[in-house]
Design a protein around this ligand. Structure first.
Ligand code: F6P
Length: 545
């Protein structure tokens, strides 16, 4: 471990931000807007079809200057360039980080060990597209000759959250004659509920696992094979017509019994949580078709190019990443709420949980020294307006500072009466209420009795970003996801951590393997801590022999 590196706290750019934070502490958003009315328009950015208004943040132009200075001194530019060049910036796993290659246009070039990976990417995309077309037009038949009408994706983590989020987000564009289900949990209920009303003869399983060793996925895949064979009379040949695999591990795929001609590959330089635009997106492509899938990739690419080329002051992912650092490290904010005012994005916060927290939940720097400052904030959220009737109370009047990202679209996909205007009125109102609140004087002037005034007062001064896009299209989704990917990257670069490994999930897996054989027997003697022993003993009684 190298502990000789100066810690982030000792860096002059960090210290300058700390001083600045103290200097602007007395300034509320009411003050900031009164002193500088133009900030409402000036602190905004139009990029690749996304409009970000970040004026309702507790910042001044000087804050942005100092945050950008921190980014520059932290080597963000060099790290971006290194990622795009295919360098092995995932140091603890010695891997390149090239999800950006998954959406690079045909004919471009990104070399890894002398091989142009963009050609490989498009070769897989072409195979996926041919397969997806065959399934969608009914040319690909099940074992009994019936058309495939149901697709069940089996995967977990990045092999589930991206596909299920993208399916829900782009459902409007999906083939409504088909049914899509997603099984992830080792809890048998997940599989049973997902398949209980499906006809095996019409069902295709996509087993999605980068490693093809993940316990949950392999257990569910075996359950799926049993279910299929039981439903189709036990003929093993049925597996080839009803199972396809998405993986980097051809050997394990073939051991499972899936013909590798029905396998769609990707590469070790695609992290699980960055893989929804790789072959892991096969279920998405089956749902929305290859053309829409490619439009989504184009959206990703547009944001990649913006991130790669725009100066930091005009760079949307960089600014959002820096604002996250600002609140996380200089205001002690522990969470960021992501609040899409778009029902189709209902799984977007869940998707972001893995993207952000598996990436930046790290405690040591690239060189293994303690980071010394707080890293990854907790990302969470729900679609509006539902959240307003649930947890927004705490954001408005609680004691914690929770920066919010509001996401909204100008045009509804399902116009219905005045619903969309009402939806948008709400998102704008929330940002306004959080920022400016309601003073005791304003409350009293409305006629509230004195004793009620404190209860009805809104402090305000609560920050938010608002992202406004034209319409939720496949390309817009790609841009949004890439925006958050690169914001996460920016944060990780400031903290000098490895945003692309996930060693933290290993210990629990190892312990579960050790505990599993202990559950069914009264032997061997348990040697865990006494709390764990007590739980296992109680479970042994509950489960019965
Ligand atoms: O939870 C750890 C993890 O490795 C994630 O990073 C990954 O997305 C998930 O498990 C699934 O892994 P795989 O695609 O290899 O089954």
């Amino acid at each position: 471990m190298n502990t000789n590196q100066p810690s982030l706290r000792e860096c002059p750019a960090w210290a300058a931000l700390q001083d600045h934070r103290e200097a602007i502490a007395p300034l509320t958003l009411r003050h900031l807007f009164a002193d500088d009315p133009e900030r409402g328009e000036r602190l905004s950015l139009d990029a690749v079809g996304l409009y970000l208004n970040y004026a309702k943040n507790r910042i001044t132009d000087e804050t942005v200057r100092l945050l950008v200075q921190l980014a520059e001194t932290s080597g963000l530019r060099e790290r971006i360039d290194a990622m795009f060049r295919g360098e092995r910036i995932n140091v603890s796993e010695n891997r390149s980080v090239l999800h950006i290659a998954l959406r690079a246009p045909r004919g471009t070039s990104i070399l890894v060990d002398g091989v142009n990976v963009v050609d490989d990417v498009h070769a897989v995309l072409d195979r996926m597209a041919a397969f997806a077309e065959h399934v969608r037009d009914g040319t690909w038949k099940g074992h009994t000759g019936q058309r495939i009408l149901n697709v069940v994706n089996i995967g977990i983590g990045g092999s589930d959250l991206g596909p299920v989020m993208a399916y829900e987000a782009l459902r409007f564009y999906s083939d409504r004659s088909m049914t899509f289900r997603f099984v992830s949990n080792i809890d048998g209920t997940d599989f049973v509920e997902a398949t209980r009303d499906l006809n095996p003869a019409e069902t295709l399983f996509v087993v999605a696992s980068k490693t093809f060793t993940t316990l949950e996925t392999m257990t569910n895949a075996h359950a799926a094979r049993d279910w299929l064979l039981q439903g189709l009379g036990g003929d093993q040949a049925a597996v080839a017509r009803h199972f396809v695999a998405v993986s980097t591990n051809a050997e394990a795929v073939s051991q499972f019994g899936i013909d590798t001609t029905n396998m769609y590959g990707f590469w070790d330089w695609v992290g699980g949580r960055y893989s929804m635009d790789s072959a892991i997106g096969l279920s998405t492509m089956l749902a929305i078709g290859p053309e829409n899938f490619r439009a989504m990739l184009d959206g990703f690419h547009a944001m990649d190019e913006h991130f790669r080329t725009a100066p930091f002051t005009q760079n949307m992912p960089v600014l959002m990443g820096l604002l996250a650092v600002w609140y996380n490290n200089f205001f002690g904010a522990q969470t960021i709420a992501v609040l899409p005012y778009e029902q189709y994005l209902k799984r977007f916060p869940a998707y972001l949980q893995q993207l952000t927290m598996e990436s930046n939940g790290k405690h040591v720097t690239l060189k293994g020294a303690p980071v010394g400052v707080d890293t990854g904030p907790v990302y969470w959220g729900e679609p509006g307006t539902n959240g307003q009737h649930s947890f927004y109370q705490l954001i408005h009047q609680g004691t914690r500072l929770i920066p919010c990202d509001f996401i909204a679209f100008g045009q509804p996909l399902n116009p219905l009466g005045h619903h969309h205007d009402m939806l948008l009125a709400n998102v704008f109102a929330q940002g306004e209420a959080l920022a400016f609140g309601k003073t005791p004087e304003e409350v009293a002037a409305e006629g509230s009795p004195d004793w009620l005034v404190p209860h009805r007062t809104f402090e305000g001064n609560r920050p938010s970003n608002t992202l406004l896009l034209e319409r939720l299209t496949p390309a817009a989704l790609g841009k949004l996801v890439a925006l958050y990917e690169h914001s996460v990257f920016t944060q990780g670069a400031i903290w000098d951590i490895d945003s692309f490994d996930q060693w933290g999930v290993e210990l629990g897996k190892v312990l579960a393997k050790r505990i599993l054989p202990e559950l069914g027997h009264s032997e061997p003697e348990l040697s865990h801590d006494r709390s764990t022993n007590a739980l296992i003993q109680r479970y042994r009684q509950l489960r019965g022999p």
